[in-house]
Each structure stands twice: as structure tokens, then as C-alpha cells.
Design a protein around this ligand. Structure first.
Ligand code: CA
Length: 90
């Protein structure tokens, strides 16, 4: 009788482990690992030149009243474009 309960316990642990591994594996599909996730930067960079112009920035942040000021604050080298690094900097 004791053997059976031990076996059942083992099966329980095994089931939990299997479910756990399945849970980790399932969100990763083969295409997801090869495709880059769409970042906020990529979304705002409409013409995909790897930099965001003031026009692109204000177009995306239309609801932001001080978009101009935010852009200028982020544009550290004042070249009128935000690189991904400048964009993601706090
Ligand atoms: Ca810049």
C-alpha cells in the first residue's frame, strides 16, 4: 500500500515537471527565435532608416503635448534624429 502512494507521488511530481517544461517551451515557436520582436523604436521608425526624425516622433506621439521638447531632450547630439540608443535612453 505504501509503495502505491509513493508511486502516485512520483507521478504527481513528474506531471508537474512535464507541465512546467511544456509551459516554458510553448511560447517559443521556431519563427519567433529568428524574427526580431517589434520594438517601440521600430514602430516609430516608419521609413526604417534606423533613426527617428522629429516628424516621425511627433506623428507617433500625437497625444503628447510636449513631443517636441521630449524629442529635443532625447536628441543628445542635436542632429535632429533619434538613434535607437538615444530613443531608449532614460
Ligand atoms: Ca541624434
Amino acid at each position: 500500500m505504501k509503495k502505491i502512494s509513493v508511486l502516485l507521488g512520483l507521478f504527481g511530481i513528474l506531471a508537474i515537471m512535464t507541465a512546467g517544461f511544456a509551459g516554458v517551451k510553448s511560447p517559443k515557436s521556431p519563427s519567433a527565435s529568428t524574427r526580431k520582436p517589434m520594438t517601440r523604436f521600430a514602430l516609430e521608425d516608419k521609413d526604417k532608416d534606423s533613426k527617428i526624425s522629429l516628424k516621425e516622433f511627433t506623428a507617433y506621439n500625437r497625444k503628447l503635448k510636449n513631443a517636441n521638447a521630449v524629442f529635443k531632450a532625447k536628441d543628445k547630439d542635436n542632429d535632429g534624429y533619434l538613434t535607437e540608443e538615444e530613443f531608449n535612453a532614460k
